[in-house]
Design a protein around this ligand. Sequence first.
Ligand SMILES: [Zn+2]
Length: 174
Amino acid sequence: MQLNKPIELSDIERQRWMARLIARSKRLASLAEVPVVAVILDSRGRCIGRGSNWRERSKNPLGHAELMALRQAAWLKGDWRFNDCTLITNLEPCPMCAGALTQARMGHVIFGAYDYKRGGLGGSIDIANHSSAHHRMKVSGGVMEDEAKTELQNWFKQRRQFSRENEATQKQID
Ligand SMILES: [Zn+2]
């Protein structure tokens, strides 16, 4: 086994990870955060970092799941280079995270739902294949895409319902 390469995950293994991430994102759905979660696997497939979207609670624009996972994994690894690692997340990384993953030289990025409005890895713009990218990341998007997308869409629906109800309550009080 080559230890300097990201682990080769079969389709079933990718789906197993994605199912886990989607289940995890469901548990976060009651929070005010967009339920995005991420894990980083080392070359043997061991999870060395995980993160969930923490932007609202931390009041931090950098509180994205991918950046949190990177920070934890870099600390464990004692290195900023991730050529031998794989990041898996339920939603296509935004341009900020896609840029950070390129900077970290991530070996492989696997994601569930494409984000055609704000995605940074092909959905809207493609940072990984941009001429400015000095590192070529392998990107596999659309793993369990329907399930990942439905989960996020449900969350947005719930949030809209919640704000409408709040507005109605507010009007009654006024
Ligand atoms: Zn992001």
